[in-house]
Design a protein around this ligand. Structure first.
Ligand SMILES: [Ca+2]
Length: 298
């Protein structure tokens, strides 16, 4: 029997760190997942929606509707892929574009069986969805790249207030209090050191498929604005792990933790917290890097 593909709503702050662009490419190449809606999150959400539309158009996926999410403080937005977006406007997208992305995302959730919401940015949009549609949220699963339990970036010991939490702490707290069917996260503990390098990166460079080509074009524009990034490997691909968790988790060490988010944006393990399926570490990180590469160039 063929398994049905999971229906996915992706909420993304694509266009600042480049890992969202890789995550979007990975998602579209996963046969287990059906991308049904993309919602642009945080900062200059119009720019992020234009970037999403141009990527989807370029790689032949303009069947996916795109929503402009709630704009927040633009000073948090580095428009690092703007040179690649160029003059591309929302009206150029052959697919559907929704100026009120929250409303349209709510309608999509209402008409979709057993949806999974994947969030890979600060949680302003998703908190608004929870406030407007608590009845819909109780039918959905949530998967997030979010937080830090015992480690920070690049396996550094110690807990930090992670970007997607501290980008909207109240939003993150509200999302954690909403009645999701299930909540699963990849904190920095598992996603903070995912890099394609060496032979894997060479194979990524050599692929002529539309998705790796589009990621490479964006990465070269992005990298010009990030002098710290080494030339012959990817940057850290945090958000790809949230995509992986939407169809498998056997390569990860998973634990059910009760988590609360405090007012400074730290995750605290406490009996009063919400149960969260948490990817704490890898059972086999090398196997994940192989899978990531094979999916990206498939
Ligand atoms: Ca992100």
């Amino acid at each position: 029997m063929t398994q049905l593909r999971k229906n996915i709503l992706l909420d993304t702050d694509i266009g600042t760190d480049i890992d969202d662009t890789w995550a979007l490419g990975l998602l579209l190449n996963c046969p287990e997942l059906q991308l049904g809606f993309v919602l642009a999150a945080t900062g200059d959400t119009l720019y992020r929606a234009r970037l999403t539309c141009r990527i989807l158009d370029e790689i032949g996926h303009s069947e996916v509707p795109v929503g402009v999410g709630i704009p927040t403080d633009f000073s948090r937005t580095a428009r690092r892929q703007e040179a690649w977006v160029g003059n591309y406007q929302l009206g150029d997208y052959p697919g559907k574009v929704h100026q009120d992305g929250i409303q349209a995302a709510g309608e999509w959730l209402r008409s979709t069986e057993d949806a999974t919401v994947i969030t890979i940015g600060p949680l302003t949009n998703v908190a608004a969805l929870c406030a407007r549609h608590p009845d819909l949220i109780s039918r959905c699963h949530l998967i997030s790249m979010l937080g830090s339990i015992a480690r920070g970036h690049r396996d550094a010991e110690g807990v930090i207030s992670e970007y997607n939490v501290c980008g909207d702490i109240r939003g993150a707290q509200a999302v954690f209090k909403a009645p999701w069917k299930s909540v699963t996260i990849t904190p920095l503990d598992s996603c903070g050191n995912i890099i394609l390098a060496g032979e894997r990166y060479q194979r990524f460079l050599a692929s002529n498929r539309p998705i790796p080509r589009c990621i490479r074009e964006n990465y070269s524009v992005w990298r010009k604005l990030d002098a710290a990034s080494p030339p012959l490997q990817s940057s850290v691909l945090f958000d790809t792990v949230a995509i992986y968790l939407a169809f498998a988790e056997e390569l990860l060490v998973m634990r059910e933790l009760c988590i609360e988010i405090d007012d400074a944006g730290f995750m605290r393990k406490t009996a009063a917290g919400r149960p969260v399926r948490t990817a704490l570490d890898w059972k086999d990180k090398e196997a994940y890097l192989d899978l990531l590469l094979e999916r990206l160039i498939a």
